[in-house]
Design a protein around this ligand. Structure first.
Ligand code: UTP
Length: 300
């Protein structure tokens, strides 16, 4: 018998945060449902999971779960109305989100942090490695990241985080990784992790971004992880324990990402994402770019 590690088949998308940076828009709508042009941010994230071969998606939701559930479900009234009008194109757009993947839901209850949200997925995930995709972090589909992370987990075991080099004055906004080089130029061994380091304390410029492939052992660690920064149960703290005690759940590696990423939970990045993606869209791009060029020339 060959000794094969179980593959990664499940994706967990935490979407239970309060989204306070986007109030009042997020008072009654999860921030993951805010549109990036004409699709909610979270649909791009589900599409990314499916593109990496993960068709079992668990969303960790909070008090506003209704909009998320409705978006990934059928809408017979709308489908009927579009069908009667013969609008096949919009009909297929409406069906796209409900046909995408098998989407499951679990409630987090109190939003006590990302680590706590991931722990809510334990029963659904079971004893298998799994991916976590943050619902407000967009990775451009032209720069695939998750498939590479799964490959690294399959080759090296343990857990894999996504890292991006950021400017030193930005690192306090992220979890930060201390790293050692490996034989692969895009893979590093993570030797320590720190959530949102104070200026001058960051061990590197490598920021942890919102994609993870985790060993199921992380659940055991999360169960005993006390609230950390911001009084929240931090996934970074659990990963720090895994990084320094590889005998517990295997090593932690980082895949260094150099592609396009947008943090749609941040207002500035959200605007940049919309402008960049709109410029590149075949249907909207030509007119929008022409308008933008004139507008910048005349107004800025
Ligand atoms: P963020 O810290 O960006 O989300 O969490 P937030 O707390 O909603 O944002 P602000 O700062 O108040 O605007 C990253 C991801 O983790 C989820 C969020 O929904 C987001 O996708 N999250 C965070 C949870 O699911 N539960 C939590 O308790 C915290």
């Amino acid at each position: 018998m060959t000794d094969r590690r179980p593959g990664v088949v499940k994706a967990v998308i935490p979407a239970a945060g309060l989204g306070t940076r986007f109030l009042p828009a997020t008072k009654a709508t999860p921030k993951e449902m805010l549109p990036v042009i004409d699709k909610p941010a979270i649909q791009y994230v589900v599409e990314e999971a499916v593109a990496a071969g993960l068709e079992d998606v668990l969303m960790v939701t909070g008090r506003n779960k209704r909009a998320l559930e409705d978006h990934f479900d059928r809408n017979y009234e709308l489908e009927h109305a579009l069908g009667r009008k013969g609008d096949q194109q919009r009909l297929s757009t409406v069906r796209e989100s409900s046909d995408l993947a098998a989407v499951h839901y679990v409630r987090q209850g109190d939003p006590r942090g990302l680590g706590h949200a991931v722990l809510a997925a334990a029963a659904h995930v079971g004893d298998e490695p799994f991916a976590v995709l943050l619902g407000d972090d967009l990775i451009d589909p032209r720069d695939p990241l998750l498939a590479r992370m799964i490959e690294v987990r399959e080759a090296l075991g343990g857990s894999v985080v996504a890292l991006m080099e950021v400017a030193p004055e930005q690192i306090h906004l992220y979890g930060c990784a201390a790293v050692e080089a490996t034989a692969d130029s895009d893979v590093v061994r993570v030797t320590g992790l720190m959530e949102k380091p104070a200026p001058g304390e960051a061990p590197s410029r490598y920021a942890v971004i919102g994609r993870y492939v985790l060993d199921p052992e992380v659940f055991e660690v999360l169960r005993r992880t006390p609230p950390g920064r911001g009084d929240e149960i931090q996934l970074t703290d659990a990963l720090q324990e895994l990084a320094v005690r590889p005998e517990v759940g295997g090593p932690v590696h980082g895949v260094v990402f150099t592609g396009r990423r947008y943090d749609t939970g941040d207002r500035g990045d959200y605007l940049r994402a919309i402008v960049r993606l709109a410029c590149e869209r075949e249907d909207l791009g030509p007119d929008f770019r022409a308008w933008l060029r004139d507008w910048v020339r005349e107004e800025l």
